[in-house]
Design a protein around this ligand. Sequence first.
Ligand code: FMN
Length: 218
Amino acid sequence: MQLSIINGSPRGASGNTEKLLSHFINGFMETEGNSVELIHSIGDRPLFEKSKELFLRSKNLLIAFPLYVDAMPGSVKELFEALQECSYKNPDLSLMFMIQCGFPETHHTRFVARYCEKLSSKLGAKFNGTICKGGCEGLSVQPQALVEKVFKGFYQLGKSYGQSGKLDKTLLDKLAYPEQLSHENIKQVIPMVNSFLWDYLLKKNNALDKSFDKPYKL
Ligand SMILES: Cc1cc2nc3c(=O)[nH]c(=O)nc-3n(C[C@H](O)[C@H](O)[C@H](O)COP(=O)(O)O)c2cc1C
């Protein structure tokens, strides 16, 4: 099976989207004869010639992106609009999406996931599912065991997709855990996130005392 992938992350090849994709691809490539063509970044805006060309000649296309402000990054929205001119020009295309976000609840990705499903039909493609994953902020600073678990989930999903051409529902659900956190969990998680990510960065920049500054306050 041949799989085309567009990485829509504004961070391109150096971002979390690419890291997760690489594990999905490793699993996908376990099946003999499978091959991948990956566009590492959509920097060729506003024309997106490479992405349009890939859309028109692929049978299986995965568009991956991070959640930015509860939706897709602006560059990805621009790509979706540019793809309109390719609508119904590749009726054999199976379209998939991968959406990952920083907040630990996968639920945050579900709204834009619904948009992606509608987009597939507007582009005249067959919708083949969306991989949703929360908790991806700071993959580089999270404990190794947690990171390995996420990477393994993407690997297993890629492997099973590479064999069947379908995203396995059980593996998708396992990867998406936790869908939502309880109030109790949130009370524990937020201080951890604050300390591991924001306070860590503030300390590194010698600016912890400025964490409650309000520079835009009138
Ligand atoms: C400008 C910006 C906005 C973001 N907005 C959200 C958000 O609304 N919800 C969320 O859970 N994560 C949000 N994040 C976190 C990213 O989704 C997360 O760090 C992701 O793993 C980044 O992937 P990338 O490295 O491929 O860009 C945001 C990050 C940035 C830089």
